[in-house]
Design a protein around this ligand. Structure first.
Ligand code: 3PG
Length: 313
């Protein structure tokens, strides 16, 4: 599939933009559905380590099935590929479980307001660890992002430290994941879809023993019974939906990461959070104070300013 694309004439800039636009909108829509079902599940069944594991297991199963039936051509991987994938999988696992733990403790909107600071983390990580430098105005545009998030955090009605820290840890872990994923895909004969499939499988292997140690089958069984008796059989479908949509939105996000820089990815991800924040506030009737909403708006506007600065580099 890849060689066909490589053999063909390079797509025009406009065609590429349309393709990325379609990826972005699909990614955001799938993510909204994931966030709603994920929170519905966590409200009834507060075991984020298991729900995170099930999301990865579902994605791994979907991709193994797609490879076995040749719906998707399996990638040609070498031991060195899996070795390089290991640290990326560690970051993916940490970022995923930390975000889910956060969402189990606080409103979905709050987790995503904090996660809208991801571009700021991206710049800081690139500066500190990769010694990349940015023009002064890029650093300046980080101020509203950080300030807006801080304002939202201090005025959050249901503030919870684990919820806050989970979202912050997720920001940091995902920035490393994105930078190393991009390096892992660049110039390699593996598509974004297959790269993410391998990433899910390795993350599943890493996360499973930790999930058993932190929560474990006994609490899961008891919690499952309680959730089933409170919600009814549709609870199972909520779990299935959150797992399938988790895989699908990540798969589409990796199909776009394959074509864009980790920074543009982080910006697209922050735009995505606007739809998640608005839809989750409506669906879950999240109480918001005006000053709390102002913080979120400043943070998100800050991302727009920041992306303008990057465009002009
Ligand atoms: C997760 O569970 O991985 C988070 O909900 C995802 O965070 P993201 O919105 O950064 O993908």
């Amino acid at each position: 599939e890849r060689s066909e694309v490589e053999g063909a004439r390079p797509p025009s800039d406009a065609a590429k933009k349309v393709k990325i636009g379609i990826y972005f909108v699909t990614w955001w829509a799938l993510n909204v559905v994931f966030n709603i079902y994920n929170k519905k599940v966590l409200n009834a069944f507060p075991f984020p380590w298991l729900t995170s594991t099930l999301s990865l297991a579902c994605g791994s199963f979907i991709m193994l099935f797609s490879w076995a039936t040749r719906l998707v051509e399996p990638p040609n991987t070498h031991p060195q590929f899996w070795k390089n994938l290991f640290p990326v999988s560690v970051y993916h696992t940490i970022g995923h479980v930390a975000a889910t733990v956060s969402m189990a403790k606080v409103a979905v909107s709050f987790t995503h307001i904090i996660k809208s600071a991801e571009p700021a983390f991206s710049v800081l990580v690139s500066r500190i660890f990769l010694r990349e430098t940015f023009p002064f105005q890029v650093y300046l545009s980080l101020l509203p992002i950080i300030g807006g998030c801080a304002l939202s955090a201090v005025t959050e009605l249901n503030f919870n430290m684990i919820g806050f820290m989970g979202a912050m840890i997720s920001n940091l872990a995902f920035v490393f994941r994105n930078i190393f994923s991009k390096k892992g895909m660049k110039g390699k004969d593996i598509s974004g879809m297959n790269y993410y499939a391998c990433l899910s499988m390795m993350s599943l292997l890493i996360l499973t023993p930790f999930a058993i140690a932190v929560e474990g089958p006994q609490v899961w069984a008891a919690g499952w019974q309680t959730a089933l008796s409170q919600i009814g059989p549709q609870f199972i479908w909520w779990v299935v939906a959150q797992s399938i949509f988790y895989h699908l939105y990540n798969q589409v996000s990796y199909m776009s990461l394959d074509e864009i820089s980790p920074l543009t990815f982080s910006i697209g991800n922050t735009m995505k959070r606007i739809s998640v924040i608005v839809s989750s506030i409506i669906i879950f009737h999240t109480p918001v104070q005006p000053v709390n909403a102002l913080g979120a708006a400043i943070a998100i506007l800050g991302t727009f300013v920041y992306s303008q600065d990057l465009e002009n580099l």
